[in-house]
Structure formats: structure tokens, C-alpha cells
Design a protein around this ligand. Structure first.
Ligand SMILES: [Zn+2]
Length: 163
């Protein structure tokens, strides 16, 4: 296995600039910026941009797994069916993580086994639409546990729903 992009090189308690990440992982800074555009969380309102080691590690691990199992945005890898499956929409929950990611939980649409994957909050609305859901996402599908959320696009949705 190539040592490039190796999540084990990342220290979870450190913050990284784009250049730090580029040097640590031996990838082009442009690649790092692409990851940010694709959902790698950054610490808000700092210049230069800072990325938390824990977020980066999680993102890279997830990226690898997703690549290995070739899941679409709305699919989750089912360990019983041994392939990516679309979860049944009623079972799906998005659980807030302090890192700015969300843990997506759901039952395989085919065999009912629970699966998990990590997604960016930025993608949650899109995933929901692809599952055939309507926006705003009902609160029972969102478990926030009072986390301060980075990259959280749903605030307005909540306000509207609470009217
Ligand atoms: Zn299954």
C-alpha cells in the first residue's frame, strides 16, 4: 500500500494548514483544497485555513473505505449483503459529531442490518433528497446532542420547521 495519503501520519490533537497537510501527506496543496471543497471540515473563520487533525484522519479513512466499497452518496456498505445498499429512509439518522462530520446510521433496505458511515453536514440535504426524502428533514432523523456544528447548513431549515 502506498504511504501517500496515509491517515496514520496525522496527529489528531494538532491543527494543520493546507501546506502542513500537503507536506505531511506528500500530496499537492491543490489536492488538499479539493478535499475541503468535497467536504473536509475546516475550522471556521481562521486565516490561513486550519484543519483539525482528527477531522483529517476521519476524512481520509472514510475516503478510503468509500473508495474501496464504491458507495454512492446515498448508499451505505452493508456487511451482511457485502455490497453498498441504499438504506430504508425511515431508519436513517444523522448524528452530529464534534468534528463537524455527521454519522449516518441506517438499516439496509434489503436485509435490515444496521450500517454506519461518516458524511459531511454539507452533504446531508443532498443525501436526503437522493434517498427520496423531502426537505426540511424531520427532526427525528437528526440527532444533534448540543454539538457546536461546523459546516452546518441546516440552521435555517430548523428555524423554518419550528415556526
Ligand atoms: Zn444488507
Amino acid at each position: 500500500m502506498s504511504s501517500r495519503n496515509n491517515p496514520n501520519r496525522i496527529k489528531i490533537h494538532r491543527s494543520y494548514t493546507v501546506m502542513d497537510v500537503s507536506e505531511t501527506l506528500d500530496v499537492h496543496p491543490k489536492t488538499v483544497r479539493n478535499w475541503i471543497r468535497a467536504g473536509l471540515p475546516v475550522i471556521d473563520e481562521t486565516r490561513p485555513l486550519l484543519i483539525q487533525g482528527a477531522d483529517l484522519k476521519l476524512y481520509l479513512k472514510q475516503k478510503r473505505k468509500t473508495y474501496l466499497h464504491r458507495c454512492e452518496l446515498d448508499e451505505m456498505y452493508c456487511f451482511k449483503c457485502k455490497q453498498p445498499k441504499v438504506p430504508s429512509i425511515n431508519s436513517v439518522e444523522f448524528i452530529a459529531k464534534p468534528s463537524g462530520m455527521a454519522q449516518m446510521k441506517g438499516r439496509c433496505g434489503e436485509c435490515g442490518k444496521w450500517s454506519n458511515k461518516y458524511v459531511s453536514w454539507r452533504d446531508v440535504n443532498q443525501i436526503w433528497l437522493e434517498l427520496g426524502g423531502k426537505l426540511p428533514i424531520a427532526e427525528k432523523h437528526l440527532i444533534l446532542r448540543d454539538q457546536t456544528l461546523l459546516n452546518y447548513p441546516l440552521t435555517k431549515v430548523f428555524n423554518d420547521e419550528n415556526k
